[in-house]
Design a protein. Structure first.
Length: 157
């Protein structure tokens, strides 16, 4: 279990708000907070986005904390490690991943407003970074591949 002092990392990213949102089951707010803390950890708050280069070098310590919190408070239902296992099981096919985690339905990518924010969502549905995939599928696919490989490199999955 992560203690309060373990929730602050190298760039002094405080994960207490994320922990509290997850503990309360406020999945949507936690998803948006995940984006915020990851941008801070990557030093990309001003830009407001993180590309594949950023994700390839994302701090393992921070990635592990975010994943551990999601896995713990969802009882293993959500988290980057859950998504990454599925991603590699389907041969790194982003479309198949989208189908299995509920980001894509009948070959149509869902917008963020169409996502589910409860434990009835498919395993791995969250976190999704506050991003809808309808208009940005190729960009998200490239960045997701970088994230999944970073999760594996950090030995989180």
């Amino acid at each position: 279990m992560l203690k309060q002092d373990e929730l602050i990392c190298a760039v002094e990213t405080d994960y207490a708000v994320l922990r509290d949102l997850l503990a309360a089951g406020d999945w949507k707010a936690a998803d948006l907070e995940t984006s915020a803390v990851m941008l801070k950890a990557a030093g990309r708050e001003l830009e407001g986005w993180c590309n594949s280069e950023c994700l390839k070098n994302f701090p393992c310590e921070d990635l592990n904390i975010v994943d551990e919190l999601w896995v713990k408070y969802s009882n293993g239902h959500f988290g980057f490690s859950v998504q990454t296992r599925i991603y590699f099981e389907v041969g790194e096919d982003f479309g198949k991943l989208g189908d299995l985690v509920g980001w894509r339905v009948f070959d149509c990518w869902l917008d963020y407003s169409e996502r589910r924010f409860d434990l009835a969502a498919p395993a791995g549905h969250l976190p999704s970074g506050g991003v809808g995939y309808k208009r940005w599928t190729r960009w998200v696919e490239a960045n997701y591949a970088a994230l999944a490989h970073r999760v594996a490199e950090c030995q989180i999955c």
